[in-house]
Design a protein around this ligand. Structure first.
Ligand SMILES: NC(=O)c1ccc[n+]([C@@H]2O[C@H](COP(=O)([O-])OP(=O)(O)OC[C@H]3O[C@@H](n4cnc5c(N)ncnc54)[C@H](O)[C@@H]3O)[C@@H](O)[C@H]2O)c1
Length: 451
């Protein structure tokens, strides 16, 4: 679809004035980041108390950095000067009238965000870009509240904003390519690494990371291993910085559960994203994790954790299973063009510090081996959790080629998971020429019938 061009930017991105709506965890981090890059920043929040505490937090942070010698006093003074904190209880966004970009970081609620965008658009100049930091809502749905949805984009920062290098850039269905380019240029000027994601549930990181938690919870629920054993295996054997249960407790089970639910609903109850009852019970009990003193583990003073069972073969099986499910998600995201293979690798290593890119990991293990693991899980459980793509296509391909009785053999042909979509389409094109007049056109439903 041809998108209307956005108004040309008023000036060089480095000179932009940045607005921020919402001064919570993310909004205050974004304001700090923008001022640190030398922008004038205008911040507002519906709650005067939130605004006040964000300002105090930033003062404390910069004072601490000056004390440690990591920031000079002059830069700290400049940071303070560059940010204007203005209460916006009455929904008055006039303070943004000279802004070139306003980033919204209010509560994760579509109706509230749409209302903010509608009011923002009425207050800003025609050249101003509008961005949302939503982690799970559709950018297109937020942009739909605006008369000019082409100026709306997703900029998904990670927490803490000044520290985490990754920003997911999410064009909505109607976002102008100019707006995407300007937003990426600005993020590079801030020293961020950007990846571009389709406007699909969970974008890149939150979608692909789901099995890290979901499969771990499932292993626990099936009494295959205890939480501390699973954490030990994923940390010590697979090289993740934290185990899944430790990480859920750090993120907050309330937040982690809500993200899983939102992706599950957004993907129309795809069983791969089914939330866990174990985690639901923790949330219902208020056992959110570190922040409430109790989650999967007890954080009370003197509390001890169960010792992991450090048996190597069991640990290896835990790793193989969770990693195969993660690789499946990454391959699935390549297939659906959620992002390029390269961006998926960057997103998972920089956004959630995975020890290595999942596609590279899959290539190293071998697509056939990964597929065999997924196939075994599917055989065992009979649900479609270990699918659909690597497994479904592998099986379909094997079915089409009786000479390849072993699925593993068929998939061993995939040398590079980054390119496996192209490989599959070419296979179909070669094998079912009537079905694929042009390999660039993927007509999976027709092939299903032909098969
Ligand atoms: N916390 C994270 O790790 C994280 C990471 C990435 C993205 N996000 C997303 O960023 C957004 C903000 O998250 P957060 O963790 O900073 O939340 P938060 O609860 O810390 O802050 C939200 C702020 O928005 C304010 N607010 C609520 N309604 C408002 C309105 N109508 N107008 C102006 N201000 C309003 C609240 O007073 C509060 O200060 C959410 O969309 C969230 O999904 C969060």
């Amino acid at each position: 679809m041809e998108q209307p061009a956005a108004e040309p930017p008023s000036r060089n991105v480095a000179e932009w004035t940045i607005g921020v709506v919402g001064a919570g965890t993310m909004g205050s981090g974004i304001a700090q980041m923008a001022a640190g890059a030398g922008h004038r920043v205008m911040v507002t929040d519906a709650s005067a108390e939130s605004l006040e505490s964000a300002r105090d937090r930033l003062k404390k942070t910069t004072a601490g950095l000056v004390k440690k010698g990591r920031l000079d006093a002059e830069t700290s003074r400049l940071l303070d000067e560059l940010i204007t904190w203005a209460p916006g209880a009455a929904g008055e966004y006039a303070l943004f009238r000279h802004c070139d970009l306003v980033i919204e970081a209010v509560v994760e609620d579509l109706a509230i965000k749409r209302d903010v965008f509608r009011r923002l658009e009425a207050a800003v100049s025609p050249k101003c870009l509008l961005a949302s930091n939503t982690s799970s809502l559709a950018i297109t749905a937020i942009a739909g509240a605006c008369k000019k949805p082409e100026r709306v984009i997703g900029l998904h920062f990670f927490n803490p904003v000044p520290v985490m290098q990754l920003v997911e850039v999410i064009p909505g269905l109607l976002t102008s390519p100019d707006v995407v380019n300007q937003a990426e240029e600005l993020m590079s000027a801030w020293g961020k690494t950007t990846v571009r994601s389709a406007d699909t549930p969970g974008f890149i990181v939150n979608r692909i990371a789901r099995p890290f938690y979901g499969e771990a919870l499932r292993l626990f629920e099936e009494s295959i291993a205890g939480k501390s054993t699973i954490d030990w295996a994923m940390r010590e054997l697979a090289g993740f910085r934290m185990g899944p249960f430790e990480l859920m407790d750090l993120i907050g089970n309330d937040v982690n559960f809500a993200v899983t639910r939102s992706i599950f609903d957004g993907m129309h109850q795809d069983p791969r994203y089914r939330p866990s009852i174990t985690q639901q019970r923790l949330v219902e009990a208020g056992f959110f994790g570190r922040k409430t003193g109790r989650g999967h583990y007890d954080y009370a003073e003197g509390a001890t954790r169960p010792e992991p069972d450090r048996e190597a073969s069991r640990g290896g099986q835990i790793v193989d299973r969770i990693v195969a499910m993660l690789i499946n998600e990454a391959a699935d995201a390549v297939y659906w063009k959620v992002a390029s293979g390269a961006d998926i690798e960057t997103a998972m290593t920089k956004g959630v510090n995975y020890p290595r890119g999942l596609l590279e990991w899959g290539n190293q293990i071998g697509a056939g081996v990964v597929l065999q693991r997924l196939h075994s899980l599917q055989e065992l459980y009979g649900d479609d959790r270990a699918g659909p793509h690597m497994r479904k296509f592998g099986i379909k391909y094997a079915a089409l080629h009786p000479r390849h009785l072993m699925v593993r053999e068929a998939f061993a042909k995939v040398k590079n998971l980054d390119d496996w979509r192209g490989v599959l389409i070419q296979w179909y094109a070669d094998d079912l020429p009537g079905c694929y007049p042009d390999p660039a056109i993927h007509r999976g439903a027709d092939c299903e019938e032909a098969a």
